[in-house]
Write a protein that binds this ligand. Structure first.
Ligand SMILES: [Zn+2]
Length: 475
């Protein structure tokens, strides 16, 4: 045995509930879990490394099921804005100055932040995503679901009003599809990388392209991950293109695109009937509570989708707006916002939030056979959380284990002190084993200063509310 974790509270997430084992132990051999049970039942003395899990929870690594990490250098640059301003007036002026290398630095930053707070799998949604895989995820030994953005809307649309229909550029769609197909070849057999297609949204792709993508996804036995029913801007395009009473869900259903192959992000602009239909068709949903509340002022219908029996997961989306890539913060947001929107303190209890980031996320991403729970034979993606912290004190086991709610409501992410991915220990006793965190922080600061300075004139000219906050001394 390579690693044994002993004397710990195991949360296995196998079975219906959390699968808690007191005085538990976990064995790891190479890249897989080889033992799950009590400490008494494990001959851990033979292990190369023994981690004492006293006063620790040991659980599956967290899964961030939807993220665009490449823009992390713009953290804090666009928020508290009207939804209509966020993209074009808020983020846009900075985005223009972001180089390909800045996306790499942004991803490094986000992945380190995620690792530190217990994320072991990232569903990374980006154009030219293979670069991020090769330059960040694989060197860091981190599990990634590589999702190439497929978009065939002409980039030249700055002159368009939201009511003008976007022009499609078939060549752009084909080039993106080729990139997406290449990923399957390039990382074939790599234990850390899986892939799915990322048609950006129905307003950014034609139906023929979507059908082509779906056929290829069927041939490869993989999924499609798409932004679905994101709100007003998408709705305008859909009604202008397909007719007054049409909606994204109606068009997807008509074309046979609603199925268990589809991972639908956001879905807040859907009716109750549409959500029921999506659940019936087996569509998986990803909600990003921090991002959607910060950018749109809306609570994603996670609680509702789960109540209908749907498979759901959560993600951090991007740093500018929500501000973080920390799945503990995201779990707390998911629970708190769902309680508020339903005026019901029993809505989305901690065990459900925890499932969204473990076995639930794995199910939505189609990875539940290999990750998401602690079971013998599954990949060893494991985190331990130190409960001996002020914010997690006291630790009580009887009659209830108070650390389960505390895990969602009181944990910041800093309490994660061991992170193991595919059997490799990435963080040991709260320190990165092979990653120079400080040099990445230094590089990120250096580049961000240049980007923000370069963008200053464009940003002021765009004239978002952020500019007046700044001029009035609030930023
Ligand atoms: Zn997104």
């Amino acid at each position: 045995m390579d690693i044994a974790i002993i004397n710990t509270w195991l949360m296995t997430f196998s079975g219906k509930a959390l699968g808690i084992i007191s005085n538990g132990a976990l064995g790891i051999e190479e890249d897989k879990i080889s033992y799950v049970g009590t400490t008494d039942g494990l001959n851990y003395k033979q292990a190369d490394k023994v981690i004492d899990g006293t006063d620790h929870i040991t659980m599956p690594g967290l899964i961030n099921s939807h993220t665009h990490t490449g823009v992390t250098l713009l953290r804090g640059g666009a928020q508290d804005l009207p939804e209509i301003e966020w993209m074009n007036k808020g983020l846009g002026p900075f985005m223009k100055w972001l180089t390909a290398n800045d996306h790499i630095i942004g991803t490094k930053l986000a992945v380190l932040e995620g690792l530190r707070s217990g994320t072991t799998t990232f569903a990374e949604y980006a154009g030219f995503v293979s670069k991020l895989v090769k330059q960040v995820y694989l060197p860091f030994n981190v599990r990634v679901v590589a999702i190439e953005t497929l978009n065939e809307v002409s980039s030249d649309r700055a002159h368009l009003k939201p009511t003008d229909l976007y022009d499609f550029d078939g060549a752009k769609g084909s080039a993106a599809l080729k990139r997406a197909n290449d990923i399957f070849q390039e990382f074939k057999g790599n234990k850390l990388v899986s892939s799915m297609y990322g048609p950006q949204a129905l307003d950014f792709c034609s139906v023929p392209l979507l059908l082509d993508i779906q056929q290829q996804a069927i041939d490869r036995g993989c999924k499609l991950h798409m932004h679905v029913a994101q709100g007003e801007r998408e709705r305008l395009q859909i009604t202008n293109r397909f007719g007054k009473n049409q909606t994204t869900i109606k068009i997807l259903e008509k074309n046979g695109l609603l199925s268990d192959r589809l991972v639908a992000a956001h879905i807040h602009d859907t009716s109750v009937d549409e959500r029921s239909l999506m659940v019936k068709r087996g569509v998986g949903m990803v909600g990003c509570p921090s991002a959607i509340s910060m950018i749109d002022g809306i609570v994603p219908p996670l609680g509702h989708y789960m109540k209908l029996g749907g498979n759901a997961a959560i993600g951090t989306d991007q740093a500018p707006g929500p501000g973080h890539h920390n799945m503990f913060q995201e779990m707390r947001m998911a629970s708190v916002l769902t309680k508020v929107i339903n005026k019901d303190p029993t809505a989305l209890p901690p065990w459900e939030s925890l499932q969204l980031t473990t076995i639930g996320g794995a199910r939505v991403l189609g990875l539940d056979k290999s990750i998401g729970s602690l079971e013998v034979g599954k990949r060893a993606d494991i985190i331990t959380i130190n409960l001996k912290k002020l914010n997690l004190t006291p630790i009580v086991e009887k009659p209830i284990r108070n650390f389960i709610p505390n895990l969602v409501y009181s944990t910041t992410g800093n309490e994660v002190d061991n992170v193991i991915i595919n059997g490799n220990q990435i963080i040991s006793n709260n320190q990165f084993s092979n990653i120079d965190e400080l040099s990445i922080i230094k590089e990120a600061n250096k580049r961000a200063k240049i980007i923000f300075e370069n963008a200053a004139e464009d940003w002021i000219e765009a004239g978002s509310k952020m500019v007046s906050y700044h001029q009035n001394g609030f930023l």
